[in-house]
Design a protein around this ligand. Structure first.
Ligand SMILES: Cc1cc2nc3c(=O)[nH]c(=O)nc-3n(C[C@H](O)[C@H](O)[C@H](O)COP(=O)(O)OP(=O)(O)OC[C@H]3O[C@@H](n4cnc5c(N)ncnc54)[C@H](O)[C@@H]3O)c2cc1C
Length: 393
């Protein structure tokens, strides 16, 4: 007998969950409030824990051609540009899956193409999930499309509706206002490789550490573009109706935060004209990520700081575990309880370690000196082994 999943949200989390559930025989209905799926042009790193799931789902052939595979993570000191560490990423050899960098729009369109080609999945755009409920036999959503109100019923409901999740709120797991501003703002820009300083074209992830700020850049789009992320500690003024993924950037605040950085950093920041800003927000880890027939995935369940590059990666892990838990299960609520037991401790750890990484990256004064000394003393192998718990899972 066929089973039906309802999914709120068609971001990376919703799309990958739809594909994973269709693979185990579910009919899937995705409801996305945006009218179109086009995305702002920011980059993403996908670490081996995430690409392993994409591989299992047979999605790597669609994604790898749109990505680059960095050779190494290189860490630099902001003051003078000195290299503190070079961590070679022989990811397939070491973790059995690639380490990839790509545009979020490219990942989203690769997943959307798979969704469009899968007859079991129906994607409805311009439809907002306004409420949800459940009983012993089913889960349901209330939907709005303009002035029209509709309701849909399924065996399971997945809240993939992002940081300010309505489904999470309905489950009593915290209202939208509980998404707290972290005091950090991420500025992002993507520039043509030909317009960037030549050293940026190296196929590496480069990370520059400074006091209360850091800068990351890596090639994307097969090396044709460079993705740049600059994170600073700053305030954020809410603008009503602003897209949380695409805010107005305060260029003066960016320049002030990097004023004492090396010439190389200035050359890179100066090469990018069009910056967008993201206020980085947090919610506390949840003890459970499913209740009855309703489960959360991605930022709806575990928004995190991007310092371990794990937000989308954890959404992808969620989808893999959700499909494993539901495959062949007769009792949906029991399957989701198993999903929750497997995911809640892992994502809580990733959320907390991402915050710890934020403190480490932005150290100043003697603490930063000690950090830099420690990195050099540890050496690449021991530094990389600190991520084993994350990448090898
Ligand atoms: C600066 C920065 C750098 C990052 N770098 C990385 C990285 O390198 N690697 C990585 O893995 N992650 C990274 N991330 C995190 C990653 O981008 C997010 O964690 C991920 O995109 C979240 O996906 P999602 O599908 O859970 O949520 P979202 O992308 O927010 O998608 C939610 C979707 O639900 C829809 N929606 C919301 N409410 C409703 C509703 N009521 N009804 C219907 N639809 C609704 C929204 O329109 C949206 O399409 C980064 C994030 C930032 C800010």
């Amino acid at each position: 007998m066929s089973r039906r999943a309802l999914i709120a949200g068609a971001g990376i989390g919703g799309l990958i969950t739809a594909i994973a559930l269709a693979r185990i025989g579910f009919d899937v209905a995705i409801f996305e409030r945006a009218e179109r799926l086009d995305e702002v042009g920011a980059g993403l790193q996908l670490t081996p824990n995430a690409t392993r799931v994409l591989d299992r789902l047979g999605l790597l052939p669609a994604i790898e051609p749109r990505a680059t595979a960095p050779r190494a993570i290189r860490i630099f000191r902001s003051r003078d540009g000195a290299e503190l560490a070079r961590l070679p990423l022989k990811a397939r050899e070491r973790w059995g899956a690639p380490y990839l960098a790509l545009l979020r729009a490219d990942l989203q369109s690769a997943l959307a193409e798979q969704v469009a080609a899968e007859p079991r999945i129906k994607l409805a755009l311009g439809v907002e999930v306004a409420g949800c409920g459940q009983d012993a036999a089913s889960a349901s959503v209330g939907l709005t499309r303009g002035a029209i109100r509709l309701a849909e019923r399924g065996d399971v409901l997945i809240g993939a509706d992002g940081l300010k999740s309505a489904i999470r709120e309905r489950l009593g797991l915290g209202g939208r206002e509980a998404a707290r501003f972290s005091g950090r703002v991420a500025f992002r820009a993507t520039i043509a490789a030909k317009d960037a300083p030549a050293w940026c074209a190296e196929p590496d992830v480069s990370l520059h550490l400074g006091a209360k700020a850091h800068l990351v850049h890596y090639p994307v789009a097969g090396g044709a573009k460079i993705n740049i992320v600059a994170v600073i500690e700053a305030g954020w003024r809410e603008r009503p109706g602003e897209d949380p993924w695409d805010g107005e950037a305060d260029r003066a605040a960016l320049d002030a935060a990097f004023a004492r950085w090396s010439k190389d950093a200035h050359a890179l920041l100066g090469a990018a004209a069009a910056w967008r800003a993201w206020p980085l927000r947090l919610r506390p880890p949840l003890p459970a990520v499913a209740i009855g027939r309703i489960a959360l995935v991605g930022d709806a369940a575990h928004p995190m700081l991007p310092f371990l590059a794990q937000g989308a990666g954890q959404a992808i892990e969620d989808a893999g575990v959700l499909a494993e838990s539901l495959a062949g299960a007769e009792d949906v609520a029991q399957a989701l309880a198993s999903y929750s037991r497997r995911r809640a401790p892992r994502v809580a750890r990733v959320q907390m370690e991402s915050e710890a990484q934020a403190r480490l990256y932005h150290m100043a004064g003697p603490l930063a000196l000690a950090r830099d000394f420690g990195m050099r003393a540890l050496g690449p192998e021991r530094l990389l082994s600190r991520y084993e718990w994350l990448y090898a899972a």
